[in-house]
Design a binder for this molecule. Structure first.
Ligand code: SF4
Length: 301
């Protein structure tokens, strides 16, 4: 979105970047094929000229003031040529000398394509945090959802990002297996996360959005959306199987419950919390439903 000031804002940012300076280095998604995603549909991917990005960095001082964190959009800034992204990072830190964190979304395939030395150089230049959409570790589902990557490639990319020293978020979509594959989705996702041991595991819960291929499959009856009870059971199975030292965070409006904690220290607390809600939902569905995020709020994505 280009503002009246001529400043180009990224249309999406992670909730954890709510206080950050927002900068747009590319527009749209270079992949743009995932069956559940509507974020950049109808937008052709493009790279912004370096001089435009730098002009916006200067303008950002007036718009945001001197803040300590910056988010660079859109969906995969890492797809930029390493030298160009390094230039952007260095210039941003000159204009904002107090920056202590710069974050970007990144596609796992792009991480795999970048040499490790490039990733290290980017991290040393100030790009300290990456958010990657794992979504699931189930190969069948990755294909069904058109993610364009396998579970072993997801694991390899995640390990590479950790080796390069990034603070890494791996996103997981609860409910992505639907009624038919929730157990497989949970256990295979835990397998991939165990291989990566990311800094953060952030979960979102599936809301099929009209206009997406997945929504068409829901309407046709091909994909059966999990019930809240199944989603909670899936979350419990996922956490049970995790052997990581990551933060587990439900920092999204689509989630039924705020399941947040540090693993492994708070694993039992998280499982107890889920167990209590599962028991209530099974014994008294009406009461249990009142304890969960209401559907009308979940769907406000
Ligand atoms: S989920 Fe990410 S990679 Fe997939 S289409 Fe959406 S923005 Fe692109």
């Amino acid at each position: 979105m280009v503002s009246g000031l001529g400043y180009d804002f990224p249309p999406f940012r992670p909730p954890s970047e709510a206080e950050s300076i927002l900068l747009r280095a590319t527009r749209g998604c270079p992949w743009n094929k995932c069956a559940f995603c509507v974020m950049y549909k109808g937008m052709r991917f493009s790279r912004r000229p370096l001089e435009d990005i730098k002009r916006d960095i200067v303008a950002a001082r007036g718009i945001f003031g001197l803040r300590p964190t910056m988010f660079i959009g859109d969906s995969n800034s890492l797809v930029m040529k390493t030298e160009e992204l390094l230039d952007v990072l260095r210039f941003a830190r000159e204009v904002f000398p107090g920056l202590r964190r710069i974050t970007s979304y990144a596609r796992a395939k792009t991480i795999l394509r970048k040499p490790l030395e490039d990733l290290v150089a980017l991290r040393e230049a100030g790009l300290t945090r990456l958010h990657v959409g794992l979504e699931t570790g189930d190969d069948h589902l990755l294909k069904y959802m058109c993610k364009g990557i396998t579970a072993s490639e997801m694991a390899e990319a995640g390990r590479k990002a950790m080796e390069a020293g990034f603070e890494l978020t791996e996103y997981v979509i609860l409910g992505l297996g639907g009624k038919d594959r929730w157990e497989r989705h949970a256990s295979e996702t835990a397998n991939v996360l165990n291989k990566i041991n990311p800094t953060f595991i952030r979960v979102r819960t599936l809301v099929p959005i009209p206009g997406t291929p997945l929504h068409e499959r829901v309407v046709s009856g091909e994909f059966k959306v999990s019930s809240p009870l199944e989603v909670l059971k899936e979350t419990r199975l996922l956490i049970e199987r995790l052997k990581v030292s990551s933060w587990f965070l439900s920092d999204h409006v689509s989630n039924y419950l705020p399941v947040n904690g540090k693993l492994p220290d708070e694993k039992e607390d998280l499982l107890n919390f889920l167990g209590i809600h599962i028991d209530i939902l099974e014994s008294d569905p009406e009461l249990g439903r009142t304890l969960l995020q209401p559907e009308h709020l979940r769907q406000r994505l």
